[in-house]
Design a protein around this ligand. Structure first.
Ligand SMILES: *[C@@H]1O[C@H](CO)[C@@H](O)[C@H](O)[C@H]1NC(C)=O
Ligand SMILES: *[C@@H]1O[C@H](CO)[C@@H](O)[C@H](O)[C@H]1NC(C)=O
Ligand SMILES: *[C@@H]1O[C@H](CO)[C@@H](O)[C@H](O)[C@H]1NC(C)=O
Ligand SMILES: *[C@@H]1O[C@H](CO)[C@@H](O)[C@H](O)[C@H]1NC(C)=O
Length: 472
């Protein structure tokens, strides 16, 4: 029942009701159609395992007399599903139906009567077999999705028997003694097989990880915060989508706003990733003190005429040359507030507030504090996808600086502007970009991958439209 796995495994589930999700997934009929194609092959194999027990008995046949018969080794050789549909069942889950299915059955027969004995084989073809099943989709109390069988019915069409060997009178005997057991075995076993497949999917879902590890600092919670919303044409799943400090869950002083999809159905799946997703990351990394970087002269490319030393800076701050001649400098940049990310149509802007503690490195390696600059930075981000991970890169829009504190007397900061722009461009941003390039894991499953995803920045969220591929 891979087709259900394909669809359901994408999603994880809920414990709190009425929380705004920071990540929302929409699954369309296209995904069901794809899942059906993949799943039907697997389903056909499963259904072939239906067991039809041996039959034996005796009956009276005119002219011949009493006949003992035994039918054994009955097995389904082929299950060809001519027509299958998987559709959403609004408010409930999904409906699966197989119609016009042909079943080829093979077996052996043996008879014994007063005048002798005989044996041979037979084929039965069942035409116009159909099954329909309703699968309920919900969430369980552990925050995972749940599926259960909500009903199943089958209809065995007509049977046609072909005997190999034996006298012609046997045909009528076997027709009546085979039809019933085959009919009832199919009726008895088909729906339990479907339930079994749904149960094994449910077991898989119970083992899903609802937390994705990002790095040593952060993890992302991906359980569903609301029950799935299922309409005629799509299913929406609301994921928590929040970053937390590993082992120390603390809510940020802001909450996720509502998320809704524009009407679109030409892809299998849509993902909306809200501003909150990223801002919760900013909150976690800022609180963990991870938004910091120490800049030394050795990090500046050899070719750059601007050096992080007291001669270069002394050109703008004359007293520096006198107090600390010919020394290298160190700049410790760290965030003062959590960066704030905002999304407008086709634009992601991040506002960062930080400080640069600046030191001279004395010949004995101890640090002499020089000054502290306040930094006010605006950057633009370009999101992208790498596999199933969300990545991005930043470019600088604006860098504002002011002197917070000086140990070497007052000086004019505006002269430092150009130099700091360069330092930010060639050192700080490449570091952040390298970090972002590692990517944030989106909720997904090992065997599922995105196919031709596109990403677009909307008002307050990112939208990813993608097809999916299931690899067995
Ligand atoms: C920067 O240097 C300080 C010590 O001066 C150290 O505690 C901190 O971990 C360093 N940060 C980075 C990102 O290397
Ligand atoms: C400082 O930078 C200047 C270039 O601006 C260079 O000539 C000088 O050798 C550097 N001094 C040290 C101590 O690295
Ligand atoms: C995005 O918006 C910000 C703030 O309004 C602006 O400074 C920046 O230039 C914009 N970026 C792009 C790529 O349009
Ligand atoms: C390093 O040198 C400075 C100035 O020469 C001095 O004030 C400081 O105490 C020295 N630090 C150490 C650890 O020797």
């Amino acid at each position: 029942m891979v087709w259900i796995v394909t669809v359901v495994l994408l999603f994880l589930s809920s414990h709190t009701i009425c929380t705004n999700p920071a990540l929302k997934a929409r699954v369309t009929q296209q995904a069901l159609d794809y899942g059906r194609q993949v799943g039907m092959q697997v389903l056909q194999e499963e259904l072939k395992k239906i067991n039809i027990p041996d039959v034996s008995g005796s009956t009276h046949v005119s002219v011949i007399g009493k006949v003992h018969y035994q039918i054994s080794g009955i097995r389904i050789q082929a299950f060809s599903i001519a027509q299958s549909t998987v559709a959403f069942s609004p408010g409930t889950g999904m409906k699966l139906s197989l119609d016009n299915t042909n079943i080829a059955i093979h077996g052996n027969w043996r008879v014994k009567y007063s005048l002798g004995r005989d044996s041979g084989s037979f084929d039965v073809s069942v035409n116009g077999f159909s099954v329909s099943a309703l699968i309920g989709m919900s969430t369980d109390q552990t925050g995972r999705p749940a599926v259960k069988s909500m009903g199943c019915s089958s209809n065995v069409g007509s049977l046609r028997l072909k005997l190999h060997g034996g006298a012609s009178w046997l045909y009528n005997l076997f027709r009546s003694s085979l039809e019933k057991p085959i009919h009832s075995a199919l009726v008895r076993e088909i729906c339990p097989k479907v339930s079994e497949a749904i149960n094994s999917l449910e077991l898989k879902l119970q083992r899903l990880k609802v937390t994705a590890n990002v790095d040593k600092i952060a993890e992302i919670d991906y359980f569903l915060v609301n029950p799935p919303v299922i309409t005629e044409t799509f299913m929406d799943l609301d994921f928590k989508g929040e970053f937390y400090n590993i082992g120390r869950h603390q809510e940020p002083p802001f909450t996720a706003g509502p998320l809704s999809f524009p009407e679109q159905t030409n892809h299998m799946m849509y993902l909306a990733v809200s501003e909150f997703f990223f801002n919760s990351a900013a909150f976690v990394y800022h609180r963990a003190g991870a938004l910091q970087i120490n800049i030394t002269d050795s990090m500046i490319p050899k070719s750059s005429p601007i050096r992080l030393n007291t001669s270069t800076f002394g050109g703008f701050i004359p007293q520096l040359k006198k107090l600390y001649p010919e020394m290298l400098m160190l700049m410790k940049i760290h965030s003062l507030k959590q960066p704030a990310l905002t999304m407008t149509s086709d634009n992601i802007t991040i506002a960062m507030t930080g400080a640069a503690d600046t030191f001279a490195i004395l010949p004995n390696s101890s640090l002499a504090p020089l000054f502290v600059l306040n930094l006010d930075v605006s950057v633009s981000a370009t999101p992208s996808l790498s596999g199933d991970k969300l990545t991005g890169s930043l470019v600088i829009n604006r860098l504002g600086l002011s002197l917070e504190h000086s140990d070497i007397g007052p000086f004019e900061t505006s002269t430092l502007q150009g130099m700091l722009n360069v330092v930010t461009k060639i050192i700080v941003l490449p570091k952040i970009n390298a970090f972002l390039a590692k990517g944030y894991p989106l909720p997904s499953v090992d065997q599922l991958s995105f196919v031709n995803p596109t990403i677009k920045v909307k008002e307050k969220f990112l939208m990813i439209a993608t097809d999916i591929k299931y690899t067995l």
